[in-house]
Design a protein. Structure first.
Length: 290
């Protein structure tokens, strides 16, 4: 007899139901404040108890666990997450199985670059690299980045921010060969990513500062252009090394934050690798990255 085959959609619904059942069975009535009397045959919570806590019908919830074609809304999924005491990873998994986008709560928590990421950053000896936070503040960098782009340790507050550097730093403006093209992409990419933080005071303060500091930012920001560009080639005109070319890549840090690792790989073009080595050799021995 041939094995029963299921469509991808059927398989996803069945997995959703199985996941809900597994989370329900691991909870005890005491976990949610339900008093129990006689011995219970059902491990964990009953379906009707979950349905009651989540504010949905028992029959409908039963169908959901059975993998039937019911489509829970974002609000219902959120209620089920609370009823089943799901953690952040479990919530994300539930929303993915349900084919829904999880509502994001963006909290402006302190940003910290942990040891393993710092160690990897420093291991990129011939690749300028730095870590930026949710607002594109430069949080950490390696010696190669300081050699090419300047010592970020000399900058404080908003001045150590990629948008501020591109639009308000005379040094960076001279450094970037195709300044206008790059600046437009930076602004459009920043707008796309900052949509998650609309109304955040730190973002609003930075944007207000840039509106006052840069005529180009003042003119381009109201156009509301958005872009997402993770790779490309950046040409720089270094004050001592001269023309250099780098291929750059933006990598997300998979820790629940909005931090990114930006890595620049020197190209053979303009003899960039040899020039970078010479810049690093000329750096003071006592210089250390943040």
């Amino acid at each position: 007899m041939d094995a029963v085959t299921h469509s991808p959609e059927d398989s996803r619904r069945r997995e959703l139901g199985a996941f809900l059942r597994s989370r329900r069975e691991r909870l005890s009535p005491a976990d949610i404040g339900i008093a129990t009397g006689a011995r219970r045959r059902t491990p964990g919570l009953r379906r009707e108890e979950v349905a009651m806590i989540a504010g949905v019908g028992t029959t409908w919830y039963t169908w959901l666990e059975q993998g039937r074609d019911v489509r829970p809304s974002v609000e219902v999924l959120t209620a089920l997450c609370e009823a089943l005491r799901l953690d952040a990873v479990e919530k994300r998994h539930l929303f993915i199985l349900a084919g829904r986008q999880q509502p994001e709560r963006r909290v402006a928590a302190p940003e910290k670059v942990d040891g393993p990421l710092l160690h990897m950053l420093q291991s990129l000896v011939l690749q300028p690299a730095y870590v930026v936070g949710r607002r594109w503040d430069v949080l950490a960098w390696n010696d190669a980045a300081a050699a090419v782009f300047g010592d970020y340790g000399l900058l404080e507050g908003d001045a150590r921010n990629i948008v501020h550097l591109v639009f308000a730093s005379p040094h960076h403006r001279r450094l970037l060969v195709d300044w206008e093209e790059l600046a437009r992409v930076v602004l459009a990419s920043f707008r796309a990513e900052s949509a998650k933080y609309v109304g955040d005071p730190d973002f609003e303060r930075l944007i207000a500062l840039m509106m006052r500091s840069s005529p180009e930012f003042h003119d381009w920001w109201p156009r509301r252009d958005v872009a997402r560009r993770l790779t490309g080639v950046k040409h720089v005109r270094h004050p001592t090394a001269g023309a250099m070319a780098f291929e750059h890549m933006s990598l997300s840090i998979d820790d629940g934050s909005d931090m990114r690792l930006i890595v620049y790989t020197p190209l053979a073009e303009q003899n960039s690798i040899a020039k970078l080595k010479k810049l690093l050799e000329a750096q003071p021995v006592e210089r250390r990255s943040a």
